[in-house]
Design a protein around this ligand. Structure first.
Ligand code: ATP
Ligand code: MG
Length: 563
């Protein structure tokens, strides 16, 4: 609370504080809800809504419900429900006992619909979907009343009951609210309340073959649960009059209010479950939790921390104007957090063997390495050193070009935390590729310290060839190569980044990596942040995912912009 109370209030917090001050909140208890439709996994956009809804409840000492908005049985699955719950918990939020399902309210919604019919406020329409669209009019022309609008109450009751009993095919009838076909708001032109759908529902099974529509279900679910502030994204602004219509139906005691905020859009990312499902179904990614997916389960498997994601959406803030947030801001938040907590390990991704000829063949030494120089509380771990080490291939150049300060023949560098070495020669294969470097070390430079004040310009990371672990490393990059996927050709698939995954089958990591667990945050020194892959890594075959590179383009961009 202390951290948030120093920040200026966002517009929703202002509304809430006004409502509390004016005594407009029953029992002074703020009740929000996060209402995902279980038709896919949560994406990064949802994180904004989760942090907002759960965050407000926390800040004002209220509660936030998790409501699965399960009114479309054809597209919904239990797998999604489990994943949604898991993702919210991972983000650090808890709905306690307040887990609800829109389908819990089917009986009540049905009763309300029957009551509306009895009061002459709803009717069964036999117009087809196309006709209904035609009759609806446009933004500039009023709609036309359906010939069924004046059907008698008795007939409406009979037909609605028959719809429920499964006596009519899908699309043959719809229950509609009788509001106003000339309303300037299209959503008030007799919106559909119920449609016929023959589908087995994950929770209610085959009990129902009529299902309530969103604009009817959502406000009434909010009212039943005593939601005080129903927060949704801007595209629902036009639906607010329909929301208010539903919550003012006679007999509904509690009146929640809807507020809209701008959805989160991030460059290089798609935030639509439909499009993400397409990628999954067509095996363009390995699944919803593919580390390249902008899903909660994807970024989690990639090694992002929940703290960094919460920080990210907090920095983005809550506004009423849509915009696109730079992908690099998200990566900046990930780096900021991981820099503080990631354990440093040495890994060589493109190994080149270095033989230190003057180092005793049977000698082993151990060097103490800091787990995290950014964290004084972190410990140290040991790294062995023998005559043969691996360094990165790019850290050696036989004949150095100007400005190259790494290892070269006759040149001296520091092996980080170990010794100064000087390359003496290199071996090549028949094609002229360098396969091995020979070097000598200075025994007086133990620990990588200069023995006499002489300086070396380069420091290389390294691993001991005698006990380094051979591992697989997956170098992930952005899934799309364009900031606005599909903007140019109209098809987002054209912008898939062919280099979004580069697999290194054989990299070497220092032995300490064997103690890493799934969920640990690691930094491979000079290479980036990494984590163990939660799906494919096995003790006998470790697989590491690159979470994010070390390069900080956001910081550079900020510097350029002078902020
Ligand atoms: P999609 O278009 O990806 O299917 P949706 O809005 O249909 O998303 P829901 O499951 O209905 O997904 O969303 C649950 C909640 O999350 C809603 O309140 C919705 O407004 C919010 N939400 C969805 N996408 C975003 C986003 N990009 N930024 C912020 N909130 C979002
Ligand atoms: Mg939706």
């Amino acid at each position: 609370m202390s951290e948030s109370s120093t920040k200026p209030l966002n517009f929703i917090e202002k509304i809430i504080e006004d409502d509390l001050r004016e005594g407009r909140v029953p029992n002074n208890e703020i009740v929000t809800r996060f209402p995902p439709e279980p038709n896919g996994y949560l994406h990064i956009g949802h994180i904004k809504s989760i942090c907002l809804n759960f965050g407000l409840a926390q800040k004002y000492g209220g509660r936030c419900h998790l409501r699965l908005d399960d009114t479309n049985p054809a597209k919904e699955e239990n797998e999604y429900i489990d994943a949604i719950k898991d993702d919210i918990r991972w983000l650090g939020f808890d709905w306690g006992e307040h887990e609800y399902y829109a389908s819990d309210y089917y009986d009540q919604l049905y009763e309300i619909a029957v009551r509306l019919i009895k009061e002459g406020k709803a009717y069964v329409d036999s117009l087809s979907a196309e006709q209904m669209k035609e009759y609806r009019g446009t933004l500039t022309t009023p709609g036309k009343e359906s010939p069924d609008r004046n059907r008698s109450i008795e007939e409406n009751l009979r037909l609605f009951e028959e719809m429920r009993q499964g006596k009519h095919p899908e699309g043959s009838y719809t229950l509609r609210a009788k509001i106003d076909m000339a309303s300037p708001n299209m959503n008030l032109r007799d919106p559909a309340l119920y449609r016929i759908k023959y589908a087995t529902h994950p929770r209610t099974g085959d009990k129902w073959c009529v299902y309530p529509m969103y604009d009817f279900t959502h406000p009434i679910s909010d009212a039943i649960e005593g939601i005080t502030h129903s927060i949704c994204t801007l595209e629902f602004e036009d639906h607010r009059p329909a929301y208010d219509w539903a919550t003012s139906i006679d007999g509904i005691e509690h009146t929640p209010h809807q507020y809209e905020f701008a959805r989160l859009n991030i460059s290089y990312c798609l935030m639509s479950k439909r499009k993400l499902l397409y990628l999954v179904n067509n095996k363009l990614v390995s699944g919803w939790d593919d580390p390249r997916m902008p899903t909660v389960s994807g970024v989690r498997r990639r090694g992002y921390s929940p703290e960094s994601m919460r920080d990210f959406v907090a920095r983005v803030g809550v506004a009423k104007v849509e915009g696109v947030v730079d992908y690099s801001l998200m990566e900046f938040c990930v780096r900021e957090d991981l820099n503080k907590r990631a354990k440093r390990l040495m890994a060589v991704l493109d190994p080149l063997e270095v033989v230190i000829d003057n180092y005793p063949a049977d000698q082993v030494e151990y060097f103490e390495m800091e787990d995290n120089p950014e964290d004084p509380a972190s410990g140290r771990h040991k790294m062995s050193f023998t005559r043969r080490v691996y360094i990165e291939r790019e850290d050696f150049m036989e004949v150095p070009v100007k400005g190259y300060h790494r290892l070269s023949i006759g040149g001296e560098v520091r092996l980080k935390g170990a010794y100064f070495i000087t390359a003496t020669s290199c071996e090549k294969d028949e094609e002229g590729n360098i396969i091995r470097v020979h070097a000598t070390y200075d025994p007086l430079s133990r620990g990588g310290e200069s023995p006499d004040g002489r300086k070396v310009k380069g420091t290389s990371h390294w691993v001991d060839a005698s006990d380094a672990l051979e591992v697989e490393v997956r170098q992930y990059d952005k899934l799309f190569k364009s900031p606005d996927p599909g903007a140019e050709t109209g098809n987002y698939l054209d912008d898939l980044n062919p280099d979004s995954l580069v697999v290194i089958e054989k990299a070497y990591v220092e032995k300490e990596a064997a103690s890493a667990k799934v969920g640990d945050y690691l930094q491979f020194v000079r290479n980036g942040y990494y984590c163990l892959d939660s799906r494919d890594s096995k003790p006998e075959h470790l697989v590491f995912n690159r979470t994010v590179t070390l390069k900080d383009s956001w910081a550079r961009q900020k510097a350029k912009m002078g902020i």
